[in-house]
Design a binder for this molecule. Structure first.
Ligand SMILES: Nc1ncnc2c1ncn2[C@@H]1O[C@H](COP(=O)(O)OP(=O)(O)O)[C@@H](O)[C@H]1O
Ligand SMILES: O=P(O)(O)OC[C@H](O)CO
Length: 500
């Protein structure tokens, strides 16, 4: 048997876990996926059980390898992409989490963030981390766990606890507790990492009350992190790629040149624009974030983060039973000529970029007695378009020009109606790749680069191909009218804590 030429990618997302086996042409040859439970203990709180996540990662990974028919010895390396910012702490001896994972959408620390902002700390945080001082990021979530689990602070001081984003926790478990590490893209979303110096920052750790003793080592995205512990798979597999899922999607979309952008529509929506090797500081409340670091050299991105995209569709399905399947929304949106002036502002967990209003909550405007389920479904999809348009405006203002093409991916990108609406509303060409598992592919690319399956970015570029291209066909008058209605609706949901 020759050298192994497949990569196993794990994409641990907010609502589901996928494992995909890719061949050397970047073609997915086997896949397994599982949805897992979301816990909402209070309004604005979102938690995951880390044991659910670990169980699903192992099950999907084993299943995908099994389905591929090549066996663990045919896997050259593992790459991990993960929901970012979600924070957990575990005991270094037992490997057991001390509390559920506090999810990126969770807003329980919004008051603490408001207090830290009122004390004038946001400038420091923005300069060092490229982020705003927001409950979205990990630092205040870590502090909350340390403050609310009995003895956690003293155990952390004694070096007994480890913090990790989901990648780090999975790496710990996959290596049998041998490796406590993360990559630069995940580290950069904690609010504790200096994105210019490329290291944890003592001053920020002091500000947020996070002891440095709990933090993992930070490495390039493409790096030999460790090997799977004996017994997990039929062979020991090196883990050589890690990236936060949104950065992984940018990489999987082969957006390697400045000016290239992608937008991923999963639970939330995250648009990233490659800005090259110099970090661009936003003047419009976008985030500055490392896109990838290879051989010690960082490429940066501007990011617009929207907290609710597919989550609104999930709410229509699981929360109020308006639809049976997420994909129903495509036909429903087509059944009606417009949303009948219904606007849904899906601020279920506050609003992200560019408003950053952690206290806003969702609202539906324009309901009348002849509003139908189809109008609600259409309004939920349209809300994704409006929120994306706000990001494009902010990026254009920051970068000087809007991207002429936007590459789409994520679960919602399967929705044809949404793709066309995005092209119409943004007035840009929208492309969908041949394989929509772009996040997993990005993780696979990182892992494959480290083991020499692919030589360089040019080799990866030649793998990417568009399957569909949606061209704008809406007239400007209609576009402006729709946009005006949205702005009025958003204006009514913003609270006094929104950033003007
Ligand atoms: N055809 C579709 N139309 C609209 N929304 C969809 C469709 N398919 C999936 N979704 C939504 O996309 C989300 C799942 O996408 P995924 O990329 O798996 O998310 P995540 O990685 O955040 O778990 C769910 O919120 C689901 O409601
Ligand atoms: O799991 P997703 O695809 O919703 O992505 C979540 C993001 O990483 C949160 O920042």
């Amino acid at each position: 048997m020759g050298a192994p030429r497949h990569i196993l990618a794990i994409d641990q997302g907010t609502t589901s876990t996928r494992a995909v086996v890719f061949d050397a042409l970047g073609i997915p040859v086997a896949m397994s996926q599982r949805e897992f439970a979301q816990h909402y203990p209070q309004s604005g709180w979102v938690e995951h059980d880390p044991e659910d996540i670990w169980r699903d990662v192992l099950a999907t990974a084993r299943e995908a390898v099994g389905k591929s028919g090549i066996g663990a010895e045919g896997i050259a390396a593992i790459g991990i992409a993960n929901q970012r910012e979600t924070a957990l702490l575990w005991d270094r001896t037992t490997g057991e989490p001390i509390y559920r994972a506090v999810v990126w959408q969770d807003r329980r620390t919004s008051q603490l963030c408001a207090k830290l902002r009122s004390e004038g700390n946001e400038g420091l945080v923005m300069r060092r981390t490229g982020l705003l001082l927001e409950p979205y990021f990990s630092a205040t979530k870590i502090a909350w766990i340390l403050d609310h689990v009995p003895d956690a602070r003293s155990r952390a001081a004694d070096g007994m606890l480890a913090f990790g984003t989901i990648d780090s926790f999975l790496l710990w478990r996959l290596t049998g507790g041998e490796v406590h590490a993360t990559d630069v893209t995940n580290a950069s979303r904690t609010s504790l990492f200096d994105i210019h110096a490329g290291c944890w920052d003592q001053e920020l750790c002091d500000l947020f009350g996070v002891p440095m003793s709990v933090l993992p080592e930070v490495h390039d995205n493409s790096f030999l992190y460790g090997k799977t512990a004996p017994g997990l798979f039929d062979a020991e597999i090196p883990i050589t790629g890690i990236a936060g899922d949104q950065q992984a999607a940018l990489f999987g979309q082969a957006c390697f040149s400045p000016g290239m952008a992608k937008s991923t529509y999963g639970t939330g929506c995250f648009m990233l624009l490659n800005t090259g090797e110099e970090p661009v500081i936003s003047r419009h409340r976008l985030l500055t974030t490392p896109a990838y670091r290879l051989n010690g050299r960082t490429t940066y991105a501007l990011e617009g983060s929207i907290f609710v995209a597919g989550a609104a569709i999930k709410w229509l399905r699981d929360g109020i039973g308006v639809i049976s399947n997420a994909s129903d929304t495509c036909d429903m949106a087509t059944q009606v000529p417009d949303s009948h002036n219904v606007y849904m502002v899906p601020a279920f967990v506050g609003l992200g970029a560019p408003h950053w209003d952690a206290d806003a909550r969702g609202a539906i405007f324009g309901l009348s007695l002849d509003t139908t389920q189809a109008h609600l479904a259409r309004a939920a999809l349209e809300a994704v378009g409006y929120q994306t348009r706000a990001l494009v405006f902010a990026m254009t203002a920051d970068g000087g020009s809007s991207p002429d093409t936007l590459r789409l991916d994520g679960g919602m990108a399967a929705n044809e109606w949404l793709c066309q609406f995005l092209a119409d509303l943004l007035d840009v060409a929208v492309e969908r790749p041949v394989h929509l598992e772009t996040t997993a592919l990005g993780a696979a690319f990182h892992a494959g680069l480290a083991v020499g399956l692919w030589s360089d970015l040019d080799a990866l570029k030649s793998i990417w191909a568009a399957r569909d291209r949606f061209m704008p066909s809406m007239d400007e008058e209609r576009r402006s009218k729709l946009w005006q209605g949205w702005q009025e609706a958003v204006g009514k949901t913003l609270t006094s804590t929104a950033r003007a």
